[in-house]
Design a protein around this ligand. Structure first.
Ligand code: TPW
Ligand code: MG
Length: 540
């Protein structure tokens, strides 16, 4: 076995199911091994941000490793933003990069793709990954690979693996996976006792499920936990899509002033808020009607549990959830919650389309024909997604990078085989929409809803006096044919419904629906969000 084969087998054994990538001369040798060994399928895309986003989405949807393979310098550095997004949102993304061989670094010449020093790239990736290795020693490689992949899964954060091009084919031992770290059982018991005590004392306890619940594959267990405890569940903005397929007392998504009022009221008045794997960030909590005192919550995140003023370190979320379940016995409490109601029955008439109409039309489609997983970009489309019934969702709800939606949708289809729905604004589509051109080669056929308001509309809402937020009118519908799909522009609700119905029955080619939305017309959720942010800023 050579070093690259050893690495590929280890990736597979740790849960990776495919690789997304773009080669370069520093990467050609290891890409050859990827292709010829057939250990994992390789999907090449067009631009490295797309590679990073697709691999990240594949990790998110499968609760396992995603793999992004690039070349040194121009390739890897092109992917920095996507890796930063994965880091911020706790997605276990493995970055593979080619690199210069030993002899090359001794040549005395500057090498192409070199930024400052040959080590610059490694240093840059140190900032946005939780563990790194340069595989320049075949003896050490198996243990190093095992350590880095274990870190990736344990922390659910990206890692960086550099493969010098002269090391690709050297003989190497197979990788033996690291054993799980032992958990201090006394600390675990004390912590779980304290959590149960706090929840029992609370008059209105609430569970808030965040991304780690999905990252560590705990959705079914958290659903059981909520039923055994008899405590209602909400998700955060970033956690939207969690528990969509579970039998859980899920009310909806907490979004403070922008959300479903019953959820806001419940969360903000709770005297026992249990944050499970929740990223404590502004998009989750900044628009609170009443500020939540984090010191009064129970927080399980990043392998720690904080209760009131103290912290139990080194207690992984999975161990905490398992022990809670064990302590509770199997009896489930019977109770009902008032769930967020979604709108159905879009009136198909000649009115122009609003983002909320799109949500309603998608709800109608999914009610009749079954749920689809969604990949959403940043922009009003993501706020619109909050008006769509609970279904699997991947979106940059915290890091908020544009350009995620289209490549993430491709990642979803590659990883699950399911047909995804992609929600994307015109501005974001301008960034990474071209990646749709790769669908034809791989047989992917997402339905893509482009919210075309000829505008960076979210920015306009915060600074309406600026004119630089006006974008031109791009004919996205016409571009679809050249990219190997079908495109249609719709301006009325009748046309929207007809286009969605046609897209659903047309399989095998991507279906792009460009919905023309007048500038200034926002989803109901974004209207509330903007009003809330402006009101809170005025108070500060
Ligand atoms: C990579 C800043 C946040 S929202 C936005 C920008 C430029 C406008 C989005 O326009 P779009 O959607 O896609 O047409 P909509 O609904 O607002 O009209 N660069 C990156 N990420 C972010 N978040 C920005 C800039 C931004
Ligand atoms: Mg726009």
């Amino acid at each position: 076995m050579n070093l690259t084969e050893s690495l590929l087998h280890a990736l597979k054994a740790h849960g990776a199911r495919q690789i997304f990538g773009i080669p370069g001369d520093f990467a050609l040798p290891y890409f050859r091994v990827i292709e010829e060994s057939q250990i994992l399928p390789l999907y090449t895309l067009s631009h490295e941000p797309g590679v990073g986003f697709a691999a990240d989405a594949s990790a998110r949807i499968n609760c396992g490793l995603g793999v992004a393979a690039v070349t040194y310098g121009a390739g890897a550095l092109n992917m920095v933003n996507a890796v930063a997004a994965a880091f911020a949102e706790k997605s276990p993304l493995v970055v593979l990069s080619g690199g210069p061989g030993k002899g090359e670094s001794r040549s005395g010449l500057l090498l192409h793709h070199q930024a400052k020093t040959l080590d610059s790239q490694f240093q840059i990736f140190k900032e946005i990954t939780c563990d790194q290795v340069r595989l320049d020693d075949a003896e050490r490689a198996p243990a190093d690979i095992a350590r880095v992949l274990a870190s990736c899964l344990r922390k659910s954060e990206p890692v960086y693996i550099e493969i010098p091009r002269d090391m690709v084919a050297v003989p190497c031992q197979p990788v033996l996976a690291e054993l799980a770290l032992p958990v201090d059982q006394d600390a675990l018991n004390a912590c779980v006792d304290e959590i149960l005590q706090r929840l029992a004392q609370a008059k209105s306890p609430v569970l808030m499920a965040g991304v780690e619940v999905r990252r560590y594959g705990l959705e079914d267990k958290v659903a059981v936990l909520s039923r055994r405890l008899g405590i209602p569940v909400v998700t955060s903005f970033m956690g939207r899509g969690l528990l969509a397929d579970q039998d859980a007392p899920l009310l909806g998504t907490y979004m403070g002033v922008a959300g479903f009022p019953e959820v806001t009221q419940l969360v903000e008045s709770s005297d026992g808020l249990f944050l499970l794997g929740e990223i404590i960030c502004d998009t989750n909590f900044a628009v609170s009607e009443t500020k939540i005192d984090m010191r009064k919550t129970i927080q399980a995140l990043d392998g720690r549990v904080s209760i009131g003023y103290h912290t139990y370190s080194q207690l992984p979320l999975a161990a905490v959830v398992d022990r809670l379940l064990l302590c509770l016995g199997t009896e489930e409490k019977v109770f009902s919650v008032k769930r967020q109601a979604f709108a159905y029955g879009m009136v198909a008439d000649s009115a122009t389309i609003t983002p909320t109409d799109i949500a309603t039309a998608v709800n109608d489609l999914m009610l009749e024909h079954g749920k689809m997983p969604i990949a959403s970009d940043m922009g009003d489309c993501l706020f619109t997604a909050m008006e769509i019934e609970h279904t699997a969702l991947v979106a940059p709800g915290y890091y908020a990078t544009m350009g995620f939606g289209v490549p993430a949708g491709l990642g979803l289809q590659a990883a699950t085989g399911q047909r995804p729905l992609i929600l994307v604004g015109d501005g974001a589509f301008q960034m990474t929409g071209w990646e749709l051109g790769n669908c034809k080669r791989y047989g992917w056929d997402p339905i893509v809803l482009v919210f075309n308001n000829a505008s960076w509309e979210m920015l306009r809402t915060f600074q309406p006096e600026s004119t630089f937020t006006d974008l031109g009118h791009w004919g996205f519908a016409e571009m679809a044919a050249g990219l190997g799909g079908d495109g249609i522009r719709v301006g009325t609700r009748t046309e929207l419904k007809a286009a969605l119905d046609k897209a659903r029955v047309t399989r095998g080619r991507f279906q792009l629906i460009e919905a023309t939305i007048p500038r200034g017309v926002l989803s109901a959720t974004l209207v509330r969000f903007v009003a809330g942010v402006k009101r809170l800023n005025a108070v500060k």
